[in-house]
Design a protein around this ligand. Structure first.
Ligand code: DOR
Ligand code: ZN
Length: 432
C-alpha cells in the first residue's frame, strides 16, 4: 500500500511531497509525483495545507459498553478520524466498568476492528470506580489491551491511601495514573463554578479549591511513590500554580486542559442551558486566560477533549438533572487554533506538541506523535488553516449532538487524516 501526499507543509513550513509505503515514510522531497508513484499509489493532494502528526487524545468517553444510546466505539472513532485524531484513550466509566482484562480487551478489539483510529482503553483504578478497592492494574496492563493509563474519571480517587497504593503500583508497572481531581466532599450538590455567576443564578457552587487541593495532595503522593501522575481537565488558575511548583521540584506530573476550558466561561450559564454543564465546570475569564498561558508555557502539557456525548434524554433536562459533558473530538483543533494559534500563543510546532507528541509520550504510544521524517510512521492530520466553518451538532459524526459551539464560526478545518498510510478521513467524510 503506497500513499503519495503532494504539496503538504509539515508544521506549516516548507511545502514537500511525502511518500508512505506500508505505513512508513520512505521519502520526503519535491516533485516526487510522477517518478515514485506506482499504478496502485493513492495520491492525496494536500493543497499547500499544514501537515501535523496525527492527533492523540488522552481523554474521550466512547460510552461502549453500556451507553450506546449516547455513543458507540464506531461513532466515536468516526468523530475522532474527522477531527484529525489517530489515537484516543477511552475512559472507563462504561457499564460494565473497564476494570477487568475482559472489558478492556473488548474495547481495544472493537477499536481495532473498525480500524480508523487506535483505541486505547483506560483501566479503572478501583473496582467499579467506587473508590474503595484497587482494581487489578497489573492484569489489565499485561492483558491484550496493554493498558498504560488508569483513571476513575468521572470520579476522583478521593481516598488518599487508595491513591497512594495506586501510584505505587503505577511506578512498579510503568503506567500512569490520570486523576479526575475533585474532592467530592467539597463539591456535594455542586452545580456550577463557585463565584458571582453561580450566586446570581442560585446554583450551588463547585469551588476551585476542590481541584487544587487534590492536585496538591497527589503531587506529594506521586513524589513519594516515584510515579507518573497525570491531571485530567485542569480548570482553575490556582491549580496551575500547584503544577508549576510541583514541576519545579522535579515531580513527574503532567496535565491536560480541555478545549472548552480554554474558550468558554461561566458567563454562558445565564440561560440555564445544560449544554454548558460540564465537570469540572466552566470557570471565569481569569481561569481561561491562565489555561492558555500555562499551555503555551508547558505547565499544562496537552490538550485533551474530554469528549463526553450524552443522548438528548440525559441532556435536555432541567439544569440540576442534566448530565455533565460536552462533545469535543471534531471541534478540538479549531478551538485550539482560535484560542492559541490566532493570538500567537502557539505556532504549528506547538500545536503538534500539545495535541500529538506530548499526549503520545504520556500515554506511552511508541508509534504516535512522531516527527514527520523518513523512517517514521505515515500518521498525519492535514489542516486547512484558513478555512472557517460553522458548527452544527446535528452534522457531527457523534451519536449525540451536545456541542457547546452550536452555530459558532470557528477557524481551521481538518481536511484529511492518515493512519499508518491509510486515509481514514477526507473532506469531511470517513473512509469506508
Ligand atoms: O463533564 C464530564 N463528563 N466530566 C466527567 O468527568 C465525566 C464526563 C462524562 O462521562 O460524561
Ligand atoms: Zn473527568
Amino acid at each position: 500500500m503506497t500513499l503519495l501526499i503532494t504539496n503538504a507543509k509539515p508544521y506549516g513550513e516548507q511545502a514537500v511531497d511525502i511518500l508512505v509505503e506500508d505505513g512508513v515514510i520512505t521519502e520526503i522531497g519535491t516533485d516526487l509525483v510522477s517518478d515514485d508513484a506506482g499504478v496502485d499509489t493513492e495520491v492525496l493532494d494536500a493543497g499547500g495545507h499544514v501537515l501535523l502528526p496525527g492527533l492523540v487524545d488522552l481523554h474521550v468517553h466512547l460510552r461502549e459498553p453500556g451507553g450506546e444510546e449516547s455513543e458507540t466505539i464506531e461513532t466515536g472513532v468516526h468523530a475522532a478520524a474527522l477531527g484529525g485524531f489517530t489515537a484516543v484513550f477511552a475512559m472507563p466509566n462504561t457499564d460494565p466498568v473497564q476494570d477487568t482484562a475482559v472489558v478492556v480487551e473488548h474495547v481495544r478489539r472493537r477499536g481495532a476492528e473498525i480500524g480508523l483510529c487506535d483505541v486505547h482503553p483506560v483501566g479503572a483504578v478501583t473496582v467499579g470506580r467506587k473508590g474503595t478497592q484497587l482494581a487489578e492494574l497489573g492484569t489489565m496492563a499485561n492483558s491484550g489491551a496493554q493498558v498504560r493509563m488508569f483513571s476513575d474519571d468521572g470520579s476522583c480517587v478521593n481516598d488518599p491511601l487508595i491513591m497512594r497504593r495506586a501510584l505505587e503500583y503505577a511506578s512498579a508497572l510503568d503506567v500512569v495514573i490520570a486523576q479526575h481531581a475533585e474532592d467530592h466532599r467539597l463539591t456535594e450538590g455542586a452545580q456550577a463554578h463557585e463565584g458571582a455567576v453561580a450566586a446570581r443564578l442560585g446554583l450551588a457552587g463547585w469551588p476551585a479549591t476542590a481541584e487544587e487541593t487534590i492536585v496538591f495532595r497527589d503531587c506529594a503522593l506521586a513524589r513519594e511513590a516515584g510515579a507518573d501522575l497525570h491531571v485530567c481537565h485542569v480548570s482553575s488558575v490556582h491549580t496551575v500554580a500547584v503544577l508549576r511548583n510541583a514541576k519545579a521540584q522535579g515531580i513527574r506530573v503532567t496535565a491536560e486542559v480541555t478545549p472548552h476550558h480554554l474558550l468558554l466561561t461561566d458567563g454562558r450559564l445565564t440561560g440555564y442551558d445544560p449544554v454548558n454543564k460540564v465537570n469540572p465546570p466552566l470557570r471565569t475569564g481569569t481561569d481561561t486566560q491562565a489555561m492558555r498561558e500555562a499551555l503555551a508555557e508547558g505547565v499544562i502539557d496537552v490538550v485533551a477533549t474530554d469528549h463526553a456525548p450524552h443522548a438528548a434524554q440525559y441532556k435536555d433536562a432541567e439544569w440540576a438533572a442534566a448530565r455533565p459533558g460536552m462533545l469535543g473530538l471534531q471541534t478540538a483543533l479549531s478551538v485550539v487554533v482560535h484560542t492559541m494559534v490566532e493570538p500567537g500563543l502557539l505556532d504549528w510546532r506547538g500545536v503538534a506538541r500539545v495535541l500529538s507528541e506530548k499526549p503520545a509520550e504520556i500515554g506511552r504510544l511508541p508509534d504516535q506523535g512522531r516527527p514527520i521524517a523518513v523512517g517514521e510512521p505515515g500518521t498525519f492530520c492535514l489542516v486547512d488553516p484558513d478555512a472557517q466553518w460553522t458548527v452544527r451538532g446535528a452534522g457531527l459524526a457523534s451519536k449525540a449532538a451536545n456541542t457547546p459551539y452550536e452555530g459558532m464560526r470557528l477557524p481551521g478545518a481538518v481536511v484529511a487524516t492518515v493512519l499508518r498510510g491509510r486515509v481514514t478521513a477526507r473532506d469531511g467524510k470517513v473512509a469506508v
